[in-house]
Design a binder for this molecule. Sequence first.
Ligand SMILES: [Zn+2]
Ligand SMILES: [Zn+2]
Length: 485
Amino acid sequence: MTQPCEEIASPLLPIWDMSIPDIPQRSRLYSLAPLGPDSCLVESLTSYLCRLAYEHHVEVGTLIQHSIAPILGKQYIAGDKSRSISSFVRFANPINGNGTMASDWVDALRSLTLRTDLTLLTLLVSADALSQRDLLQPLRQWCPLCYDSWRRQGAIIYEPLLWSINGVAVCTAHWQLLERHCPYCSSSLPWLTWRSRPGYCSSCGRWLGSAHRHGQAGEKEMYIAETIGDFLARRTQLTPAIPREGVIQTLRNLIASTTAGNTAAFARCFGLPKTTLWELVQGYFPPSLPFLLRLCYQLRLSFLQFLTGVEHSALGESPVSQGQTLKRDVRRPFDREKVQQALEGILADRQTAPPSMREVAQRLGYPARTIKGHFPVHCQEISYRYAEYRKQRGQLRKAHLRQRIYEAARAAHGQRLTPTYRRVGALLNAPGTFRERDARRALLDIRSQLDRETGGEYVAEMSQPEMEKRPGNFEAREGTNTICY
Ligand SMILES: [Zn+2]
Ligand SMILES: [Zn+2]
């Protein structure tokens, strides 16, 4: 008769523990820790997704296709077709926000990684308190200096959630404007693509870090980035969902203290639509981020205080330098002489492209309205030159576009093909070209010209009203005399 192993082992080996150890639940994907969860540079969910794919040695699209889409089971990413996922990822930035898409993705990634701290990589804490409208920056922006310094230090390259928030235009670590175009291919980039990788251009694949400073930030941009960074850093101390009532109450208190409860006067004072403000105060809908930031900046209130009604001191020391906040709270005296010199320098410079008044204000660090009040003539001249410059640039662009359409239409015609919107758009590698009225007119002219040359082979049937319609509304019927869009 055989004896159980425990019975044999216990007298011989008393230290042999035969009980089964407590093995934690296994996660399907690597349980990657998010970066900076309690700092102002906390990682975004899109960045986390890229790093997770990188850790598994697969592309982001492949990870979504095989692991996330099947458990999400949502209409917007239905099926596992790579084409549908490719087009979805380009508009995936709402997963960093505060809507259903963000909560769906957090739940899906939580079930795959078993991490419970992924909500911090989104703005879900403000789901009830902030409108989803205008909450996020639609296209990617980044700080080349941050990328460069992280690479030098051998740190992990990622994208902070702060960079994806609408209204944030400045890096809080380097106080310079964030980049929005790749310096090599000039592309503006989506937050996610099939092959996204933090720190690299998703269009040309080149490294986006750089040690060169450029684009000095203005006071308003600095204030906004700092106050939102402060809010992100303190979210771990807040309730899981900020109630809308707190924001509405702060707004009511402000109206009571500044205009003695007169909503219309408050709206006039801050240049807000009266009806919208009244509806906001009634709590009919949550306020938008740009609206809150405008009030925060004008009243020098912290964003967190506005959202929660909680005083700063009640939440302890801010991770953002108190010295910096205090410095910005103090009104800077207007340096008339320095500003005059700068304005005269700008007007004397005929070599570089004329700047807008907004850009001048950012460079000098004073509100445009203040500068205009002191130097109305200089400012008028700067605005005039900028408007002229924009007009010329627009005309040049249109002439260039017209030339390209002409060449593409000729090329199609040379191959005995009808130069349709779709075909010429494809040849230009820009299918949306003919949404522009001037582009449609240009093709109409070229086709009329070709019509004259060929004796009305295919253009006669194209009527003016049809040309004015948006492209894409007509079915392409190639090889016939029907107009194809
Ligand atoms: Zn930076
Ligand atoms: Zn590029």
